[in-house]
Design a protein around this ligand. Sequence first.
Ligand code: XMP
Length: 334
Amino acid sequence: MANSMVKFHEKPGLNFDDVLLVPKYSKIRHRASVSLRSTISVNTDSKHRWEIDVPIISANMDTITGLKMARAMSELGGCGFIHRYQTPEKVSETIRDPRKLKNVSHSAPIVASIGVDEEALDIAQVYIANGADIICIDIAHGHSERMRHVIEDLHAWNPKLHIIAGNIVTGAAAKDLIEAGATGLKVGIGPGSVCRTRVETGCGVPQLTAIMEVAEVAKPLGIPVIADGGLKTAGDIVKALAAGANTVMTGGLLAGTIEAESRLEYRGMASKEAQENWKGSAHNIEGIAIRVEDHGSVYNVIDHLIDGIRSGLSYCGASNIEELWERAEFILTK
Ligand code: XMP
């Protein structure tokens, strides 16, 4: 007998591969004239916002973003979120001297990540004192009571603080975290190239749908969205932006670059290898570790991605990301 209690989500879930963007009439003469400037955090109390020239953020994973990657991403006009799988002293050392991270021509924010454990507030305060501009509270399941409390505590401590929170995949989660004080949201549960969450737990939301649903709630409230994980090509980045993301975060596209923290290894932060490394033992293994090919300098990788993204916007007849949101029309590929 059918179980009348079982619920289904209203709409079917879509991934990047399920869609293409329909080309539109374009007045853009040169792809180089397309602006990719975008926002990563808005504090609606102080009206202060952090923007970057290139909407790509390197993932706060221990094989990806340390000082070298953060500095390179900043120079490139993007941003690197410093990972949290190291001592607070090490993170503080990295962010202490802004000249180490900031480049004169760009003013990318310095972003340090924390979890939701008891010391979260203390650690965030130390990072702010050492020069962090934004705190990213990053946990596997961001729509949780602990997350709410940490955001509320940080917001109460300093209402002008920029707090990016994630990861989430629903409109309900977006609403709750924004109400608590989040100034930016990070979207994605299980789409990542080294993720096993969907396989191990049966949970997640296909990434394109997750981005659309979070953006639908966040946009009217003025809060930007980062689409995190599952990006295999520049085309996927264009689709993520078209679905409503302001920026994207990637680890997989930057693994194997000279500037990555670990040259030829890439691993999920919930992989056995990563967990044993940073906490001595592994439980709830929801990631894998892989060897990656040498991809040379991140400067070339990002240049190539920027070309594809600019071209994608021009096919959609959009000269910037806001126009992309207005003009984008997806078509199902199957
Ligand atoms: P890509 O596709 O760029 O995704 O490799 C990077 C994002 O994956 C997330 N992440 C994980 N997800 N298990 C997961 O299910 C893990 O072990 C894991 N490690 C990282 C994270 O959001 C990252 O930015």
